[in-house]
Design a protein around this ligand. Structure first.
Ligand code: PTJ
Length: 267
């Protein structure tokens, strides 16, 4: 396995470090081959939103944290990319909101289940669900390997967080009456459109922000009820799309010139 030394002054050092993390975890059997492709698609959308957590994303993070804190049986579903990029933050979040952590894979194999479980345990997780025989229940109407879930976890959850998902399961979980939180850089994806709370942001930025927000809101659960009453996912998602449109409108008005801050980062 070749790994490169990333010069800290490189304008895209952070993005390159994220890629290296995924490649390393790909070689360890955590990330699926398609996970590398999925990341490329995510990066493209990250360019469109300006590689920062937008206002609509922050609103969705507040709503998602509220839903998780008020949930009776919250579960965080973890796939290969999520484990590679934010294992520690995921475990931290699970502790704060008292959620179960469950491995759920599109490209399921026993080796990958175990590699992800091990990574989560190294990050401090106990009782990782969805591994081996534990994934014995099925989500109705779902053909892919994602249908296999734990009877103590996703099957009975009232709120499920699904970072970096593919659309079918989100839709199936919503049909089962669950509230679904998605983190997806693509605001046009089926996952983004079908979820109850859609955070259009990079998991790398959104997950630590979710941890901080949940920690703060935990002190004031009444506020969580109000946040949920005020939140409209469709409207918030439309704002994410409008933000991209406005950004490109401003760009085109400047004759295709980049914004100065974008130039700095090397767009
Ligand atoms: O680990 P497995 O077997 O469960 O497989 C995971 C992948 C990601 C391969 C699987 O779920 C898949 O094929 O996903 P898709 O259909 O490619 O969708 C991935 C979505 O995540 C796309 O809409 C991407 O834009 C988005 N995405 C990619 N990287 C990030 C991201 N969203 C947030 N943060 C990212 N870092």
């Amino acid at each position: 396995m070749t790994s490169i030394k990333i010069p800290p002054e490189h304008p895209r050092a952070e993005s390159l470090r994220t890629r290296e993390k995924l490649i390393e975890c790909y070689h360890k059997g955590v990330v699926a081959t398609a996970g590398l492709i999925a990341h490329g698609r995510g990066e493209a959308f990250d360019y469109l939103i300006g590689e920062e957590t937008t206002k609509p994303a922050l609103n969705a993070i507040r709503a998602a944290a509220s839903a998780l804190l008020l949930a009776e049986r919250p579960v965080i579903s973890v796939n290969g990319n999520t484990a590679a990029l934010v294992a520690e933050e995921t475990v931290r979040l699970a502790r704060i909101i008292k959620a179960k952590v469950e491995v759920n894979l599109f490209y399921r194999s026993r080796e990958r289940e175990l590699a992800i479980k091990e990574l989560l345990e190294k990050a401090g997780a106990h009782d990782v669900l969805g591994v081996g025989e534990d994934a014995s229940a099925k989500i109705p109407e779902l053909g892919s390997e994602r249908r296999r879930v734990s009877p103590q976890g996703i099957l009975v959850a009232d709120v499920v967080m699904v970072p970096l998902e593919d659309g079918d399961r989100t839709e199936a979980l919503v049909k089962m009456g669950k509230r679904v939180i998605a983190i997806d850089l693509n605001p046009l994806s089926r996952t983004a459109r079908k979820a109850t709370f859609t955070i259009v942001d990079n998991v790398v930025r959104a997950t630590p922000k979710l941890v901080d927000t949940a920690r703060k809101l935990k002190q004031d659960l009444t506020k969580c009820h109000q946040i949920l009453l005020d939140f409209d996912n469709k409207k918030n998602l439309a704002e994410s799309v409008a933000l991209i449109k406005d950004r490109f409108l401003r760009l085109s008005e400047r004759g295709g010139c980049f914004f100065s801050e974008d130039e700095e980062r090397g767009f």
